[in-house]
Ligand binder design. Structure first.
Ligand SMILES: Cc1cc2nc3c(=O)[nH]c(=O)nc-3n(C[C@H](O)[C@H](O)[C@H](O)COP(=O)(O)O)c2cc1C
Ligand SMILES: CCCCCCC(=O)C(=O)O
Length: 380
């Protein structure tokens, strides 16, 4: 605070309490929560704290170049928005505000199949590349329609989420009987596949009942052929955490992998994403790009993930914090803070180009307090 005027947040984390103050408790806990004891939510953050940066000096860093090419498209920054359902829970304009914010940095956005605005409207508002995230619905005809619409609207890739054969045990959602308010809906899906989302039941999450009814848990490697036969877009798998799965995916010719544990919302106890990244990068051996999400809150986190071989990283909850706190401007500020912090970190570690970021930039060190927390109590 200066002279009683609230200061603009200087860090991404400062948006979390601002968002919490704006959102109904059930929505806040839906956004913020993880599965079970939330150990994986905490592990994602802690993993970033175990790496220290080995800065090089006497390097000309008068110009730092952050632009990159991702799945063939130019982006302004190796950073994008992770797929998240129902942005209208955070602000009235929903995904339109998000893609405008991302577009101001030429950053990619992965749009959830559970978006609360139509793909066509989102595409009309976007300036950065859009990718469409899919869940494996029992109703393949619905998937087929969604893919066709996304292609027609100019989406650039499909991202199949492979860590969600069912929803994780999200205690906060269950305790709050989380369900969608009447004015928010999965606007891209027919009513036939949106059952349960608006039904409140104490002690249980509507999303979990929805997933049990509509997500097909039999998804396996052989199903990828069907999806590939439906589209000419690149196919990225989201939710890979092991060398074994990464090697198999690369052998099958997927176009990219997102090292992700769904922000700790699926398997409680799953590996932290930064810890999984090196084995995945090694197993892929350059056959396709590797991306990461989970716990990215600082430019130095982005730097560490890029140094360990990620081509770009994606950010989840902080974008919703920004939207809830200040709509499009809040989301823009969250993303541009990460961008500016990344540029600072590159300059201060003697790396003017993204090509300079490699594992020699990092050393294992003691964990730091700044990386051990996440926001909000698991209860209440
Ligand atoms: C509120 C919320 C909704 C999400 N919805 C989806 C979704 O629809 N599809 C998906 O693949 N992942 C979804 N995720 C997971 C994110 O894509 C991403 O993996 C995760 O949020 C990254 O971690 P972070 O929030 O710590 O940045 C969601 C995450 C949150 C917080
Ligand atoms: C699969 C049914 C609901 C998913 C809701 C969005 C999501 O992935 C999340 O983490 O929340």
């Amino acid at each position: 605070m200066t002279g009683g005027t609230p200061a603009r947040p200087l860090t991404v984390d400062e948006y979390a309490p601002l968002a919490q103050a704006q959102l109904p408790a059930a929505t806040w806990h839906y956004v913020e929560g993880g599965a079970g004891t939330e150990s994986t939510v905490a592990a994602n953050r802690a993993a970033f704290g175990r790496f220290r940066i080995r800065p090089r000096v006497l390097v000309d860093v008068a110009q730092c170049e952050l632009s990159a090419t991702v799945l063939g498209d130019p982006v302004g920054v190796p950073l994008g928005v992770a797929p998240m359902a129902y942005h209208e829970l955070a602000c009235e304009e929903g995904e339109l505000a998000t893609v405008r914010a991302a577009g101001s940095l030429s950053a990619p956005t992965v749009v959830s199949i559970f978006a609360s605005r139509t793909f066509e409207d989102i595409a009309a508002a976007a300036a950065g590349p859009l990718w469409l995230q899919l869940y494996w619905l029992h109703r393949r005809d619905v998937l087929q329609k969604v893919v066709r619409r996304a292609e027609a609207a100019g989406f650039r890739a499909l991202v199949l989420t492979v860590d969600t054969p069912r929803l994780g045990r999200r205690l906060r959602e269950a305790r709050h009987g989380f369900h969608l308010p009447p004015h928010i809906a999965a606007r891209n899906l027919d009513g036939e596949v949106t059952g349960f989302l608006h039904d409140r039941r104490d002690g249980s999450s509507a999303l979990s009942r929805h997933a049990d009814a509509f997500i097909d848990p039999s998804l396996s490697w052989s199903d990828l052929d069907w999806l590939r036969s439906q589209t000419r877009l690149p196919l990225v798998l989201k939710g890979v955490l092991t060398a074994e799965d990464a090697a198999h995916a690369a052998e099958l010719g997927v176009d990219g992998l997102v090292v992700s544990n769904h922000g700790g919302r699926q398997l409680d106890g799953a590996t932290a994403t930064l810890d999984a990244l090196p084995e995945v990068v090694r197993a892929v051996g350059g056959r396709c790009p590797v991306f990461l999400d989970g716990g990215v809150r600082h430019g130095t986190d982005v730097l560490k993930a890029l140094a360990l071989g990620a081509q770009a990283v994606f950010v989840g909850r902080p974008v919703l914090w920004g939207l809830a706190a200040d709509g499009e401007a809040g989301a823009r500020q969250v993303l541009s803070t990460l961008r500016d912090e990344l540029e600072d970190a590159m300059a201060l570690s003697g790396c003017p180009s993204l090509k300079d970021l490699d594992p020699t930039l990092l050393a294992r060190g003691p964990a730091t307090a700044a990386h051990d927390g996440f926001h909000g109590p698991a209860e209440g």
